[in-house]
Design a protein around this ligand. Sequence first.
Ligand code: DO4
Ligand code: MG
Length: 308
Amino acid sequence: MLPVSSLCYFLVAIRSTDRSKYTQRIFIQTMKLYKTQQGPVIEDRNEFYLLPETDWDVLLNRSDLELVLTSLSRRGQRMTRFDPLTQAQAPIASQEVWAAGVTYFRSRTARMDESKDAGGGDFYDRVYNAARPEIFFKASPSRVVGNGQKVRIRRDSKWNVPEPELTLVLNSHGKIIGYTIGNDMSSRDIEGENPLYLPQAKVYSACCGLGPGILVSDEALPVETEIVLEISRQGQQVFRGSTELSSLKRGLQELVDYLFREDQFPHGCFLLTGTGIVPPDEFSLEVDDEIRITIEPIGTLVNYVTQG
Ligand code: DO4
Ligand code: MG
């Protein structure tokens, strides 16, 4: 499969007739969408346009979003400068954020290790191999921070890590309309003490980073797509790890199908797809650490750590 990042245009229609066969090419550019204080901004061939459409919830749920954005960008106001680090907000309005867990072998093993004293390890192996995936509620919009903003570690936890996750952007029909980057902040000691503490280990103020924007595409990302996590402390890198989508055990559509099985999302929702990168057990985040998560076709999500 051709990598999304290297494609400027997609061939989306090939037509034929009885009498004469012909090929019609409609090229659609790979686009990124950012939420800003001024309104939605589209990145189109390295140019940025401020769109006339202002309601984020309505925009994400427009059918044929790619085509809608192409026509809107023609009417948009071209921006001379746009910096996703300082100008992009979290790409969320009324959407809920959900997350899948134990979708990579590395996560299964880390969870088993951290919960072995609590006798919970077996659950993680079972869910890794079960037909039904682990899916949990991660955040309401008010708990989400965007690019360049601060994620929190809990004051009642001593072992905290970021979880860098490919994140699906789903419209109200459960269609994948794009991709963003998610940071599923997690307290490993709280979850490890008892699996029933999962909501406290995962859901609290500023527990989730999303951004910088949305890569608008319903094309599958190549399995070679890399996810890279870098953590720096006082200017020095203290951790670097990477994984690729080929290590994700579940299909993306499989996760979406389970999420939408008996639930409705009138504004659409975000679905983090699990982590395949776990820092060594002796590592825990500290205040002011910088967390960088890069997924090449989407961009880099940067968050700083705070507490209290
Ligand atoms: O069961 C714990 C959640 C695991 C998780 O968040 C992940 O694997 O990404
Ligand atoms: Mg996770």
